[in-house]
Write a protein that binds this ligand. Sequence first.
Ligand code: ATP
Ligand code: MG
Length: 374
Amino acid sequence: MTAKEAADSVLRQLEAAGYEGWAVGGCVRDTLLGRTVHDWDMTTSATPQQVLALFSHCVPTGLQHGTVTVLESGYAFEVTTYRAETGYSDGRHPDAVSFVGTLAEDLARRDFTVNAMALDVRGRLVDLHGGREDLKDRLLRCVGEPERRFREDALRMLRAVRFSAQLGFTIEAETRRAMAACAGGCAVLSAERIRDEVEKTLRSPEPCRTLELLDYGMLRAVGLEPGTARPWPSVTIDSPATAWAAFGLAVPDFDPTTMRLDKKTGRLAVETASLYGPELTMDRLKRVVANHGWDVGRCLCTLYGQAALAEELERSGDCVTLAQLAITGRDLPVTGPAVGRLLRQLLNHVLEVPADNERTRLLELAAIWKENTL
Ligand code: ATP
Ligand code: MG
């Protein structure tokens, strides 16, 4: 059973029990665009308790928001009760969530017109905010009055840039004006939410649009000021580390700690960005791997669009790491910290003269160099 068939089965069960059930949000947008749908989110007139009672396999994942996760034929679906939100005194979260009677009220709380459409099991579309027209014109437009929507929840401004980069859409003029006016509101956002939106924008087909976030002033909360970016580098992005390395190349003040990146990704991104230069040759790659390790070496190759170079080096079996040296620290005529230093010296030599990676020859060199190394 496909995810769509399983989703339809959930919607049919809701209807058979006398409730309304609709696929809503991103899945409707992506269906109409002919894009792959990754999550079928649903909205229903049933209360969370009624949803829990109706389905045998479900998890009350977010009851305070009205969300129950329904498990059907190996797929998981978020089923949320028609909902309205009020308050937003912190610029991010509604003060109160109330369950409402109609689909129309639920659609009105959603962020963008293209995210505010619903589709039922028979393929009937409900589009009360002109979402289909905006899809056709490739426009991202707020539902309702943009300034009010951005003052309610500042995250929507980052989402606007992110969706427009993911979909290749233009941000509609009124929505854009409101972003410029309300960007200061992003100060209340947590670094983690900012990080997640920035990373999604970086990993979109138009990663350069991440700089719009900077230039609107939406990244001030993580210490990044407008007007500080360099031109966007034409690099390949295929992982979080390459995404953040590209960001580091364009934004010199980028600090992975402020942005709350995990330690490994942050280190990889910063180290890789610091090594990015005009050209990547096999010789240079060997040095990078020897001094910074394979993770950085691979990441750098990807940025240059030369993943094949890393594969070629790996296949060649050439010695580029301490582990590949024909001797180990135990074979050396020194002890303590001198062991590491002598091994590094031998590795550097073998990078220049690969034929010397042979036990007798390395011991000979070690005997000569040990005095200098001590
Ligand atoms: P994605 O492909 O990134 O999952 P999506 O449209 O499904 O896109 P989600 O973040 O999963 O986005 O949210 C699901 C839906 O919930 C959105 O389509 C939108 O209708 C609504 N939504 C999510 N976040 C907000 C928000 N901050 N303000 C208003 N509506 C929102
Ligand atoms: Mg989604």
